[in-house]
Design a protein around this ligand. Structure first.
Ligand SMILES: Nc1ncnc2c1ncn2[C@@H]1O[C@H](COP(=O)(O)OP(=O)(O)OP(=O)(O)O)[C@@H](O)[C@H]1O
Length: 294
């Protein structure tokens, strides 16, 4: 699916990529994580042939990455500067359909999937909010049912509902067989998408599978989060409330059974329990801030 071999790239005299190599075979979600300026965008731009590189080789979907046919199967969600302010969302989608020979009927399907029916026609992109632009970029990126989807900071500017929707779409695409490489600074979202992380450090990739490394995090949706928070904090349970009004706990700090039992005793209805392994932030801090976990 993807093969990057010993990729090197410098700007003037500064080497930004110093021999990046990795291979992906099965459909996977991989997060690309690193501090500002570590080379994530440079790597994605080289892979999609937007930027020349100095050494190395890149194969995408079994073809050389400069083969124009690659883009029937690959999409790249970049930042919103690629959008045309005086065109509508529909114009953008129609244009991609024309270039990639996708039936126009696909537009409606994608617009519904992303949830942008109310602003696809009748207003130009320059009047869009940041989140609306991200929706359009996502719609454009999934229009061709890509086998490989590369994404540079797709969560920028998304409200919680849109971020959840984006996450669900990515998880669905992955189940349908799409490989996704997503650069993100949102380590909580990264944990909810994948265990497989490429940390960009010193112009190289440190590949990590955090499966066994990570602890578990629980997200409880309850009928009365405010009362639940007061009750549990009075009992000294360490928890936070996220923007989705879920109660969030880490299992290294609590027994989830004990939490459930307390909520039951106080007649608080648990509507949903979601859990995910967390490790991205912990590992990031070890790698980039020299913080060792105990
Ligand atoms: N056109 C350019 N000319 C010179 N230097 C550049 C250019 N583009 C990027 N750089 C430098 O290359 C390095 C990597 O930049 P890049 O944008 O790839 O990092 P990034 O990891 O995507 O950062 P961020 O998280 O801030 O988006 C930085 O030091 C940046 O200043």
């Amino acid at each position: 699916m993807v093969q990057v071999k010993d990729l090197k790239k410098k700007y003037k005299k500064e080497w930004v990529l110093k021999g990046v190599s990795f291979e992906l075979h099965d459909p996977e979600i991989v997060a690309l994580v690193g501090p500002n300026g570590s080379g994530k965008t440079t790597l994605l731009n080289c892979m999609t042939n937007l930027l020349a590189y100095d050494e190395g080789s890149i194969t995408l979907v079994e073809k050389h990455h400069k083969d124009p046919k690659v883009f029937y199967d690959v999409s790249y969600l970049q930042d919103n500067r690629i959008l045309y302010g005086n065109l509508t969302a529909y114009d953008h989608l129609k244009f991609i359909c024309r270039v990639q020979k996708i039936p126009a009927s696909k537009i409606q399907e994608v617009v519904e999937r992303v949830g942008m029916e109310s602003y696809v026609k009748g207003r130009s992109v320059q009047s869009f909010s940041l989140g609306m632009k991200q929706h359009l970029l996502l719609a454009m990126a999934i229009l061709n049912d890509p086998k490989l989807l590369l994404m540079d900071e797709p969560l920028n500017g998304l409200d919680p509902t849109s971020a959840i929707n984006m996450r669900n779409i990515l998880l669905e695409l992955h189940k349908e067989g799409t490989t996704i490489i997503i650069s993100s600074h949102n380590l909580d979202e990264v944990d909810r998408l994948t265990n497989k992380i490429y940390f960009m450090k010193d112009g190289q990739i440190l590949e990590e599978n955090l499966e066994s490394y990570a602890t578990k995090k629980y997200y409880l949706t309850v009928n009365d989060p405010q009362r639940a928070e007061i009750i549990l904090k009075n009992l000294s349970f360490p928890l936070t409330i996220n923007l989705e009004k879920q109660l969030v706990f880490e299992d290294s700090h609590i027994s989830i059974q004990e939490v459930i039992s307390q909520l039951n005793q106080h007649d608080i209805l648990i509507e949903d329990i979601e859990n995910t392994r967390v490790g991205a932030e912990k590992r990031y801090r070890e790698l980039f801030e020299g913080v060792r976990s105990i």
